[in-house]
Design a protein around this ligand. Structure first.
Ligand SMILES: NC(=O)c1ccc[n+]([C@@H]2O[C@H](COP(=O)([O-])OP(=O)(O)OC[C@H]3O[C@@H](n4cnc5c(N)ncnc54)[C@H](O)[C@@H]3O)[C@@H](O)[C@H]2O)c1
Length: 262
């Protein structure tokens, strides 16, 4: 059976051990070459080595995805090293202005300093615009269409007090996804999003450990009664990256255990 991404070239931003790594390995197992960009070069190289171990071409680069020139440089280098870009997956983000490693300020909007707001918007929104724009330009120049996948979050659809900067950035990335889908459809470039719920991941573990009994409280709200695994999220990305979704654009997948039903 032909691998589902045989010979495709994928650029993935955010090379964490979670969302990006799970997708990079699945894409490689399904025949894709993968280039990774992250501000943590060591993490990107680690995942690139796993892609190479799966027998695929891979590359890694240190990049700040909120920095215009660096993003354009990353896309040009990925296209040069892999021989083009067919798939872009944008999975970098911060959960709050002190993420990772700092205490979550959990700002109420009335108390939020502009600097914190700008930091979250630059990493969780400007970066999605800059990376999507640069990759779309490369795909249009190649004239072979493509697939752009934006990782957003269930937080884009559920307002909650505190941490509004994260939710607003995710909701805005969802609208960005839809407008890009409309504008790029004539070029057969599909743009879709994935809105995970509560996961078994660094980002979610920081959230669960933020208050006693928070994980138990979360599990009570999830109809499937458990948190999601990164490989389950990667499976959604594989669907959106490949031919199975050739008639899907401007849509969002909700791997959230039934937490949110629309
Ligand atoms: N993990 C979850 O529980 C969860 C739930 C819902 C949605 N999501 C979404 O999934 C995506 C990935 O989440 P994750 O769990 O892998 O997060 P993570 O924190 O594990 O990984 C994020 C990666 O992005 C990188 N990054 C952040 N800012 C950057 C910048 N400016 N330039 C370059 N790299 C940068 C970090 O170095 C890190 O490797 C995010 O879009 C997030 O909103 C995650």
């Amino acid at each position: 059976m032909t691998a589902r991404l045989e010979g495709r070239n994928a650029l993935i931003t955010g090379a964490s051990d979670d969302a990006a790594r799970a997708a990079a390995i699945l894409f490689a197992q399904e025949g894709a070459n993968v280039f990774l960009g992250d501000r943590n070069l060591e993490a990107a190289r680690r995942v690139a080595a796993e892609v190479a171990a799966a027998g695929r071409k891979s590359g890694a680069m240190a990049v700040d995805v909120a920095h215009e020139e660096q993003v354009d440089g990353m896309v040009n280098r990925a296209a040069a090293e892999l021989g083009g870009i067919d798939i872009l997956m944008v999975a970098d983000a911060v959960m709050h202005a002190r993420y990772p490693g700092g205490k979550n300020p959990n700002h109420r909007l009335i108390d939020e300093p502009l600097a914190d707001w700008r930091r979250v918007m630059s990493y969780n929104l400007d970066a999605y615009f800059l990376t999507g724009r640069a990759a779309a330009r490369a795909m249009v120049a190649a004239g072979k269409g493509g697939s752009i996948i934006n990782y957003i979050s269930v937080a884009a659809f559920m307002a909650a007090p505190g941490g509004g900067d994260y939710s607003v950035s995710r909701a805005a990335a969802w609208m960005l996804t839809k407008v890009m889908a409309l504008e790029l459809a004539p070029r057969n470039i599909r743009v879709n999003a994935i809105a995970p719920g509560y996961l078994d991941s660094n980002m979610s573990r920081e959230f669960y450990s933020g208050a006693p009994g928070r994980l138990e409280a979360v599990l009570k709200r999830v109809p499937l009664g458990r948190i999601g695994q990164m490989r389950e999220i990667a499976a959604s990305a594989l669907f959106l990256a490949g031919e199975e979704s050739s008639y899907v654009t401007g849509q969002v997948l909700h791997p959230n255990g039934g937490l949110l039903m629309q």
